[in-house]
Design a protein around this ligand. Structure first.
Ligand code: SAH
Length: 219
């Protein structure tokens, strides 16, 4: 793993940011965060050349680091304000957590697979990012720190987990891909007062399946 950033990588990030802008990402703070976080830190030496392509990439345990466009899109939908308390379900590589931290959020992230959890927990402090990282079934949320201003799910769900809705603050936003194991529609839920919700549907994505009690549990 090469933990060195330089002008070449910064230049590659700049053209990635341009691609994201061309694909419709508008929020300047989100684009700035993508410009800041060295995505190549999350890649093995042999695959560094892929770090700034706008593609998902396999990491350990059959999981993926999400496509930059997907990270930017979900982050934009969350409309992060400084000091928002954010729950992320599906830590994966830890890259999405770093983007949220750059936007000034307080990040609580949960990963189901112990090896990935352990790796991210050891790794992120070495590049100076400090989310609170937990091992467990994120479909149950993290009740001990609720309510959250924002919740982001980065794996494909068969349905919206009720626990996550419950742990959302009034006025809070949940962004979650929902559908089949192959592809999902991005959904944004905004929690209003009196348990009213606004639901918006966006376009199709393809995530790895969300496991756990309120996810897919047939494997
Ligand atoms: N946000 C990640 C991408 C995650 S890929 C990134 O930036 O790299 C989806 C991750 O969700 C995988 O690591 C998978 O193990 C995890 N996952 C699946 N079901 C989960 C669950 N019930 N709770 C927490 N994590 C889960």
């Amino acid at each position: 793993m090469i933990l060195e950033d330089n002008y070449r990588y910064k230049g590659m990030r700049k053209s990635l940011v341009k691609q994201l802008r061309d694909k419709g990402i508008k929020t300047e703070q989100v684009l700035e965060a993508i410009q800041k976080v060295p995505r190549h830190f999350f890649f093995d030496d042999t695959f560094l050349e892929y770090a700034y392509e706008d593609k998902a990439f396999p990491i350990e345990e059959g999981q993926t680091i999400s496509q930059p466009y997907t990270v930017a899109f979900q982050t934009e939908l969350l409309a992060i304000q400084k000091n928002d308390k954010v729950l992320e379900v599906g830590t994966g590589s830890g890259y999405q957590s770093c983007i949220l931290l750059e936007l000034g959020a307080k990040v609580f992230t949960v990963e189901y697979q112990k090896k990935l959890y352990q790796r991210v927990k050891d790794f992120l402090p070495t590049i100076n990012y400090y989310p609170r990282i937990f091992w467990g079934d994120g479909t149950k949320g993290l009740p001990q720190f609720m309510p959250y201003n924002k919740i982001i799910v980065t794996a494909g769900a068969p349905a919206i987990p009720p626990s996550l809705i419950h742990q959302l603050k009034e006025g809070g936003i949940l962004v979650i891909p929902v559908g089949s194991k192959q592809n999902q529609i991005m959904i944004r839920i905004t929690k209003k007062h009196d348990n009213q919700f606004k639901k918006e549907n966006f376009h199709t994505f393809s995530f790895v399946p969300l496991r756990g009690e309120e996810g897919w549990h047939d494997q």
